[in-house]
Design a protein around this ligand. Sequence first.
Ligand code: TYC
Length: 111
Amino acid sequence: MNNLSKDTSNGQALGTVTLEKKPEVKEPPLFQVVLLNDDYTPMEFVVFVIQKIFGYEHGKATEIMLSVHNKGKGVCGIFSKEIAEMKCNEINNLAQAHEHPLLSEIEPLSD
Ligand code: TYC
């Protein structure tokens, strides 16, 4: 907004320029949920977990599991910090409950 014209009703000196305010809300930082490979968790259990926690269909979940199996780790999804933490905990709790060493972690996504 600029007031190079006459309106000084806000008390501002004539001829000064007011810049638009920066938006006050910033998008929240994003986090990746990363699944880690191990030598013991059965492949079908990993596929089951990926489907249950992230809603992927069986084929896509298998693709993600195989990528983690071959590369050591892999991203299952990107979320706000709270949702990423929740999904990570759900995976780790499910694995524990079934006595598998499967682990996930969250990683900040640099933008
Ligand atoms: N490497 C495991 C096996 O050979 C399978 C596996 C895949 C485990 C992905 C964990 O995040 C994982 N049974």
